[in-house]
Design a protein. Structure first.
Length: 623
């Protein structure tokens, strides 16, 4: 069987996400390793839930060899109902679903939330009971933004009617999370035992409950509509739940019974409602069944032996494409690192040590979906007609050419950097460092220097349409060769006392620091800051100001090195606009001349530094 290239299938997915037509369908595989904030238990892991149920059944003087959570739940109820115990004894007593609200979002939840913050995802369907997706989305805002009002867990017909048609709130994207099997937050918010028991009965768990939608007709109709009009992206969902699978098959049979005319048939996988499946290792029978059904909708005929060849799915076999491991190991799958511990970090656990099978964890899959989408969104912010384009166009006459060079620099089109054409020159900036991306850490210090960063905060392009493109423009200007000027893009650091800064000439120890800041966070003359390793070898700081044009000024910051001694570091604050242009603008200039002008202007700011003259490393001045 010849499989369509992973690049083609992946690009189809990215196009649908960018188009706003993708709806993630999130299953247990995405949340199974989530831990609680304090005692770090993986209470949502299916294996642990199964074990708790087996132990509870044994405590009832019975036993079970079943490994199905749904069937074990039903067996447990057979026993407890005979003793008069309520349904809540299963939901809260044994499975502790009310405690799922304490689970901390995993990287996959955060990357999906980041896509929603960029306006690419408006709604999510999940069979999970936890609220990790909502938490991740809420935390991506500053506290003062009122983020708790911008996401809603839709769990019943009442909330469906109230919120499913809502799109924006407080000028932000309003995210809707449809919990088709119930939500732990409802249990936590119950005001009394009677209401709690009522909510518990809405948690679908048993084999009998999962055979049908019960009172959740809104879930069924919503799913049918999304199957007809959107691209569902199944992730962490093996499709074993019969009510979901049967509904999908019913809708796909509608398409099969109404085949397209040959002139209209361009392949079902390119349609705007084409579904996508992400599998951890290999496709399950249920996933193959869904793919086969959808694959026959284009012509109504069997796809013969190659029916899976062009289908929209991603499995463990594709892990090399989604990581840099393939580059590190020469693309040799057999050379990938192997580990025995299944709890190891996803990047090191992509190959099973026992049977050699490859894995594609949800954290990795959604990380690279987000990275690819981010770069395409950034490209849009660099195109003619964007706010940033108008800013650059007001400064230099070659804005089109300059920003085109920047786009090619960020997304190289030629080998050996062909992979960077999808995931960009700096994928590490878009990878989580703690609960936020490294780029978000940089942007926070550019915009909120001196303030503690909110947990999970995300710097969205849609909100920071000037700061983020300016950051990458400065990186490009420093990294591009310029005759006679030796200033290179170096390591980026961010600290509360100095904000976001770049070591010039590619490394620390040069005595020069280029800081980037919003105009409201610029240095104040004679400002006192705490000493740090970043400032130890700095003799002068150039602060580039992003935002409205301000007056260029010189000043001194004092670095506190001891209780009675500080070191004075001169700084020069200059707007980015001033660094990009000459005193007399040459209306025939080219991008390379803009690069040279930028570096010349920085060098002129550092004229007081003489590398041939020894300088005092510390100067004692009165506090």
């Amino acid at each position: 069987m010849v499989q369509e290239a992973i690049e083609t299938r992946f690009q189809r997915l990215i196009d649908r996400v960018l188009d706003g037509g993708a709806v993630p369908f999130i299953g247990a595989g995405v949340s199974m390793n989530a831990i609680t904030a304090h005692d770090e238990r993986t209470i949502a892991k299916t294996e642990e839930m199964v074990n708790r149920l087996k132990n509870a059944i044994e405590d009832l003087n019975s036993c079970s060899t079943n490994d199905s959570l749904a069937q074990l739940s039903e067996e447990y109820l057979w026993k407890v109902y005979s003793k008069g115990n309520p349904y809540s004894s299963l939901v809260c007593g044994v499975l502790k679903i009310d405690s799922f609200t304490k689970l901390v979002p995993l990287p996959a939840h955060r990357y999906i939330a980041f896509l929603a913050r960029e306006g690419c995802i408006e709604e999510i369907i999940t069979s999970n009971y936890d609220i990790c997706l909502s938490k991740a989305y809420n935390e991506s805002f500053c506290v003062q933004d009122g983020a708790e009002d911008n996401v809603m867990e839709i769990t019943d017909l009442k909330t469906y009617r109230q919120y499913s048609g809502k799109r924006r709130h407080n000028n932000y994207q309003f995210l809707k999370v449809y919990h088709i099997n119930g939500c732990a937050k409802c249990l936590k918010d119950a005001s009394d035992d009677e209401e709690r028991e009522s909510y518990c009965e809405k948690i679908l768990l048993t084999e009998s409950q999962l055979q049908d939608w019960r009172q959740r007709h809104w879930s069924r109709e919503m799913l049918k509509d999304r199957l007809r009009t959107r691209s569902l992206v199944f992730s962490g969902f093996g499709s074993p739940e019969p009510q979901v699978r049967h509904t999908i098959i019913q809708v796909l049979e509608e398409f099969t019974s109404n085949p397209e005319e040959p002139s209209e048939a361009k392949g079902p996988w390119e349609h705007p409602n084409a579904l996508f499946i992400h599998a951890y290792e290999t496709l399950t029978f249920e996933q193959k069944q869904v793919l086969f059904k959808f694959g026959t909708t284009g012509s109504g005929r069997s796809l013969a032996g190659n029916w899976l060849g062009s289908a929209n799915y991603f499995t463990g076999e594709d892990v090399i494409f989604f990581t840099h491991i393939g580059d590190l190991y020469g693309g040799n799958a057999n050379a990938l690192p192997r580990v025995d511990d299944v709890e190891a970090t996803p990047i090191s656990a992509v190959v099973d040590a026992k049977d050699g099978s490859r894995r594609l964890p949800a954290d990795i899959f959604w990380q690279y979906v987000y990275i690819a989408v981010f770069w395409q969104l950034l490209m849009q912010h660099l195109e003619r007609g964007s706010s940033f384009w108008y800013f650059v166009d007001s400064l230099v006459p070659c804005a089109d050419a300059l920003l085109q060079e920047l786009r090619w620099w960020l997304l190289p089109k030629e080998p050996p950097d062909s992979k960077n054409a999808v995931f960009g020159r700096f994928p590490e900036l878009l990878t989580l460092d703690g609960d936020s991306t490294r780029l978000s850490h940089h942007v926070w210090q550019m915009r909120h220097r001196g303030q503690p960063m909110s947990t999970g905060w995300y710097a969205a392009l849609v909100d920071k349409c000037m700061l983020i493109p300016s950051f990458f423009l400065i990186a490009y200007l420093l990294d591009t060769n310029s005759d006679g000027i030796d200033l290179k893009w170096g390591e980026v650091v961010d600290q509360p006392q100095i904000g976001t800064a770049i070591y010039l000439n590619g490394k620390a120890g040069t005595g020069m620091l280029l800081c980037i800041a919003h105009h409201q966070c610029s240095f104040q003359d004679r400002e006192l800051v705490k000493s740090s390793a970043v400032l130890d070898q700095i003799n002068i700081a150039i602060q580039v100001i992003i935002g409205r044009t301000v007056k260029t000024e010189q000043g001194i910051i004092y670095v506190e090195e001891s209780e009675d001694t500080v070191r004075a570091i001169p700084y020069y604050s200059v707007p980015l606009a001033h660094l990009l242009r000459k005193n007399a603008i040459d209306w025939t200039c080219e991008p390379n001349e803009v690069v040279q002008t930028f570096k010349n202007n920085i060098v002129s700011c550092m004229s007081i530094v003489n590398e041939h003259r020894e300088r005092f490393s510390a100067v004692a001045v009165p506090l």
